[in-house]
Design a protein around this ligand. Structure first.
Ligand SMILES: [Zn+2]
Ligand SMILES: [Zn+2]
Length: 222
């Protein structure tokens, strides 16, 4: 076993020497750290969301001196979900990574998400305390068109990383909705309503799931 590990190290060092690893995004050889898939510049262009944030919806506050607290939106209308956290702002290298993965089918980006999760800065989610992971489903026509559901792929990363149960069939998209980004906020809400069906055995989750999906809709608009 040890012999096998030694050979693996020798071969991978030789390959790294012959074909030095480069940044997946820009091709630079100046990687952020050994074994990392992006360079220092690309990594530094990622705006990770850091404290202080709203303890419920994860919205970042502009004043860095305050502690985490509940934001105005969540105080005015208490959300039915307990906790939402985002990795970073949709800009810089993170925007490119998401775009490459979702629209250009560059699956090499998947390993990057794994690496970025390790660098997440407002990570108060105790994955072990949750029962299951439910990826946001695509309608079958969209799935045929795209060929994969990005939520299921990302869910699989979390499943492996935190030994969780992933159940892609709990939630089903029964209406082929218009892409949310093309619609104004009001129309997005109508667009989402009745678009999903929850498996009977998980009916008690219906309201929470719908509320969460609505929040994602509002976030997309910001
Ligand atoms: Zn780069
Ligand atoms: Zn909030």
């Amino acid at each position: 076993m040890q012999m096998k590990a030694t050979w693996y190290k020798v071969i991978s060092s030789a390959l790294n020497f012959l074909f030095p690893p480069i940044c997946l995004l820009c091709g630079s050889k100046d990687l952020y750290q050994a074994g990392c898939l992006i360079c220092k510049d690309c990594f530094n262009s990622i705006s990770f969301i850091s404290h202080p944030v709203c303890v419920r919806c994860g919205k970042p506050f502009l004043t860095e001196t305050t502690r985490n607290h509940v934001c105005g939106n969540c105080l005015t209308q208490e959300p039915s979900f307990n906790l939402v956290r985002a990795l970073g702002r949709y800009e810089g290298a993170l925007e490119t990574i998401i775009h490459n993965f979702k629209y250009k089918q560059k699956f090499s980006m998947v390993n990057l998400f794994n690496f970025l999760l390790d660098n997440m800065q407002n990570h108060e989610i105790t994955f072990a305390s949750y029962d299951l992971l439910i990826p946001v489903p695509l309608h079958r026509s969209r799935l045929r068109q795209r060929g994969f559901n990005q939520s299921v792929i990302l869910g699989n990363i979390l499943k492996k990383k935190y030994q969780m149960s992933l159940q892609p069939k709990v939630l089903q998209r029964i209406v082929s909705t218009h892409p949310q980004v093309t619609l104004p906020v009001k129309a997005r809400k109508i667009n989402m309503r009745n678009a999903f069906k929850v498996k009977k055995s998980h009916n008690r989750l219906k309201e929470k799931l719908f509320s969460f999906l609505m929040m994602c809709t509002q976030r997309e608009q910001r």
